[in-house]
Design a binder for this molecule. Structure first.
Ligand code: KE4
Length: 429
């Protein structure tokens, strides 16, 4: 592993101040070994660490940097907004403009509420669905991650899975018992559960493309079945588009799969790298939120003008360029190259992708659910991760995360990535 003396010194100090030396567990490299590097700056698809190493970045701050880092239009709008004041706690025009733009892009969003993270958005959507239906039970799918609200840290993915704690300590059993969990892509289990207790389920929340156990896709018909069963039983269907929203197209995964959820949650891209989450959907449900309705939800910095400016600049830039076709072309180039190298080097790799989101599993069989994902050879993944890092490419430091492309990833960045992968595949044993 390449030495990074300044990062090592910073991490040693960070360990004295921050639990695990990080402010979010999955950054700690626990899934791949070693320790995280520290970033000095980032621009486009590159990050520069404090030791002067430049890396091609496929984490993109876990998805938000869809235009690449420090995009001129985003920076200019953020600087202009900051000069007008950083926060008001009073309605400001930008929150109305961004809400209107989201409604233009995502059919079925009648009303929207901004908050400060995907966790808040998912937590609030669950509370809203429970208040609207007067039911307590919710259904999620194992390996899916919807942030760290208590009700959702049951069989959770992402860092919870990476650290082997899919059921976090500190969540009262009396609360967790209301969270039902099924395997994803299992229609029989879904039918059986709804037949048994569908009328008691307030909400189903899911990632339409589960990307917190790596990345796998819904099998044909599965989402339609889920929509039919939830509608039949008066259950609120919540599409968690925190990761896929505005990444898989203007109307995210629900647009790709033609699904009409009752509520959707957003994060990441909608804030352009600043802290923004949002929940939106049918007015009949959304109007249950205070101050109109009885479901309380609030936030000092919700609709923050600088965060709104970053989100507006990001979506407007995405909408004014051929961003989505370009992201698909880049994703296809990376996928084709990776599969060719794995074949040439005789490596069993499942490179699973949709648009600009991808994951490489080191296993013989395609991955359709968490059980399949767990069959991936995580030791090989860790060696691949570090070989790529030494080759100048930063992938997500866990088998149970997705990778992302941005509009700033040029063909030569992808070709350099493939060269690093070819070298990495030869040194995995
Ligand atoms: P945040 O609270 O981290 O903004 O969003 C939670 C969340 C909700 N829903 C989905 C589908 C998500 O992927 C996330 C957060 N994603 C992780 C990465 N897999 C964030 C990275 C981290 O925890 O540091």
């Amino acid at each position: 592993m390449r030495s990074r003396p300044r990062s090592e010194a910073l991490f040693a100090e960070a360990l004295r101040h921050l639990p695990g030396g990080v402010n979010s567990p999955v950054r700690a490299f626990r899934g791949v070994g070693g320790q995280p590097f520290f970033v000095e700056s980032a621009r486009g698809c590159h990050v520069r660490d404090v030791d002067g190493n430049e890396l091609i970045d496929y984490v993109l701050t876990w998805g938000p940097a869809i235009l690449g880092h420090a995009h001129p239009r985003v920076i200019a709008e953020v600087q202009a907004a900051a000069a007008r004041g950083t926060s008001f706690g009073i309605p400001n025009p930008a929150e109305v403009e961004l809400a209107a733009l989201v409604k233009e892009w995502v059919p079925g969003i009648d009303k929207l509420r901004f908050c400060n993270s995907g966790t808040e958005a998912c937590m609030s959507a669950i509370r809203l669905a429970r208040g609207f239906t007067r039911r307590d039970r919710i259904l999620k799918f194992d390996g899916c991650y919807h942030g760290h609200a208590d009700s959702l840290l049951v069989n959770a993915g992402s860092g919870a899975l990476t650290l082997g704690q899919p059921d976090s300590a500190g969540v009262p059993a009396d609360l967790a018992k209301h969270t039902l969990v099924l395997p994803f892509n299992d229609p029989d289990a879904l039918e059986a559960l709804f037949a048994q207790q569908g009328h008691e389920i307030a909400a189903v929340i899911l990632e339409l493309v589960p990307a917190n156990a790596g990345l796998y896709l819904p099998k044909p018909g599965y989402l339609d079945l889920l929509r039919r069963l939830t509608r039949q039983h008066g259950t609120v269907l919540i599409a968690d588009e925190v990761m896929t929203g505005f990444r898989l197209g203007r109307s995210g995964a629900q647009g790709v799969f033609g699904l009409s959820p009752d509520l959707s949650t957003f994060g990441k891209v909608i804030g352009g790298g600043l802290p923004v989450g949002a929940l939106g959907g049918r007015a009949e449900i959304m109007d249950y939120l205070a101050p109109l309705g009885p479901v309380y939800q609030a936030g000092t910095l919700s609709g923050n003008p600088i965060a709104m400016a970053a989100g507006l600049a990001t979506l407007r830039e995405l909408g004014s360029t051929d961003a989505f076709p370009a992201l698909e072309r880049s994703g296809a180039r990376l996928e084709a190259g990776m599969l060719e190298i794995a074949r040439r080097r005789g490596r069993p790799v499942q490179f699973q992708r949709i648009g600009s989101m991808f994951c490489a599993y080191f296993t013989e069989q395609p991955v359709w659910n968490l059980a399949d994902a767990m069959k991936s050879d995580r030791a090989v993944f860790a060696r691949f991760f570090h070989a790529m890092l030494d080759g100048g490419v930063y992938l997500a430091p866990s088998q149970f995360e997705a990778g992302f492309l941005s509009t700033a990833h040029a063909d030569d960045d992808i070709d350099r990535t493939l060269e690093a992968a070819d070298h990495a595949f030869q040194h995995l044993d």
